[in-house]
Write a protein that binds this ligand. Structure first.
Ligand code: ZN
Length: 147
């Protein structure tokens, strides 16, 4: 009984040391902190956007009285414009939040489509991206052909 179980252990030993090729994901996790600079950029950008939105809200509240119709019309156009800006900012803040969440989950910088690592210069230039340049190009081509 004793002899056979130890023999089994010896027999299974080489198999346990086999999967050397599957270290890629561990490598990514091990370099945690490699996106620290991007994280700081994103957090800074997020703060800037939110500050601007708050400023925009307070300044639009202060000009509530309109002396004549033309002024009111231009004020409405202005308000419409700033609302569109805010929508764009909201989307960007959402994207920033998602990028920060991916960093927390250690999946930041991995392409959503091909699951390859997105090259660092691309991330630095466009930190909220979820696609590598090849997949982004493919997606754009698909969107064009759908129209
Ligand atoms: Zn990709």
């Amino acid at each position: 009984m004793k002899a056979s179980s130890s023999a089994k252990r010896i027999a299974s030993a080489p198999a346990a040391t086999q999967p050397v090729a599957r270290t890629r994901r561990t490598t990514i996790a091990a370099v945690e902190g490699k996106y620290d600079a991007i994280r700081r950029d994103l957090e800074q950008q997020r703060r800037t956007i939110l500050n601007e939105v708050v400023e925009g809200l307070t300044s639009s509240n202060s000009q509530e009285t309109f002396p004549d119709v033309s002024d009111q019309a231009s004020a409405e156009a202005e308000q419409h414009f700033s609302m569109r800006i805010r929508e764009r900012e909201q989307r960007l803040v959402k994207k920033i939040d998602e990028a920060l969440a991916r960093m927390d989950q250690n999946i930041y910088g991995i392409c959503e489509r091909c699951e390859e690592e997105i090259p660092y210069p691309r991330l630095k230039a466009r930190p909220v991206t979820t696609l590598c340049i090849d997949c982004k190009t493919l997606e754009e081509q698909e969107e064009k052909s759908r129209r």
